[in-house]
Ligand binder design. Structure first.
Ligand code: CAA
Length: 256
């Protein structure tokens, strides 16, 4: 059986590609298990500073695998190994960039929304079609979508099941850039490389503070930001960054 993922290490950036083209990258437990393991590897690897996640030109991922879902009863759903996957991906602390072409539906849209930055090809389609199946999103599709695109559009997408295109996703703030489909991965890699060149501790704490802004009140968020900012003041990389600016050279960060 071909690998469900392909992984390329491109210096400090890891490119992870979902590889079930025959099923539009529908997310089986096995695929999500491999992806969770791969993210754990990337988390542990000190040479990996950012990860780009992508699919193929026709689909980022068309959602949970419906053939697998059809075989699950309530007990199976309660013990679904996919639940553990969503917890593991939420805990991933390095920058994660999704390069989305084609369909990002259901669990596929939810997977893309776990990324810190989303880049979409012009023909990308984002949707939560679960309602068409008599169910509803179960991996963040109500909570993250509403935070990303606002109440009215989230309600429309989840209650009608109709997807939106890349241009609307850009206007709504779900994605940060739209590219020609053949350039989506390249653009995501360029952003990842740029981030990978920054001081790792600053990137990590900035990501944590930004994510906190989505689910906390302003005063608590500002306290966390101040705390993180103060922590960075004691790092080698902070001194190196400022010294390099003064000496008009590129900084040499150590992640310390
Ligand atoms: N699960 C399993 N297989 C899928 C799949 C899915 N989610 N989506 C597509 N496939 C398979 C199709 O069965 C087909 O395989 P066969 O040729 O063996 O039949 C192959 O991928 C190609 O798909 P289509 O022929 O349907 O391609 P299309 O271009 O005509 O249509 C599509 C594309 C509109 C995305 C359509 O495939 C579709 O509607 N897919 C289902 C999308 C969906 O409902 N996703 C939500 C799943 S529920 C969920 O995600 C919940 C959760 O995580 C909590």
């Amino acid at each position: 059986m071909p690998a469900l993922l392909t992984v390329e290490q491109l210096e400090s950036v890891r490119l992870v590609t979902l590889n079930r083209p025959e099923a539009l990258n529908a997310l089986t437990s096995a695929l999500l298990g491999e992806l969770a393991d791969e993210l754990a590897n990337a988390e542990q690897d000190p040479t990996t500073h950012a990860v780009v996640l992508t699919g193929n030109r026709k689909a980022f991922a068309a959602g949970a695998d419906l053939k697998e879902m059809a075989e699950r009863d309530l007990v199976g759903i309660l013990n679904d190994p996919r639940v553990a996957f969503w917890q593991r991906i939420t805990a991933f602390s390095k920058p994660l960039i999704a390069a989305v072409n084609g369909y990002a539906l259901g669990g596929g849209c939810e997977l893309a929304m776990h990324a810190d930055i989303l880049i979409a090809g012009r023909d990308a389609q984002f949707g939560q079609p679960e309602i068409n199946l008599g169910i509803m999103p179960g991996a963040g599709g109500t909570q993250r979508l509403l935070r990303a695109v606002g109440k009215s559009l989230a309600m429309q997408m989840v209650l009608t099941g109709e997807p939106i295109g890349a241009r609307q996703a850009l206007a709504a703030g779900l994605v940060s850039e739209v590219t020609e489909p053949e350039l989506t991965v390249e653009r995501a890699l360029a952003i990842a490389r740029r981030i990978a060149g920054q001081a790792p501790l600053a990137v990590r704490l900035a990501k944590e503070a930004l994510l906190k802004a989505q689910d906390t009140d302003l005063a608590s968020g500002l306290r966390l930001e101040r705390h993180a900012f103060t922590l960075l003041a004691g790092t080698h990389d902070r001194n190196e960054g400022i010294r390099a600016f003064q000496e008009k050279r590129r900084p040499r960060y150590r992640g310390e």
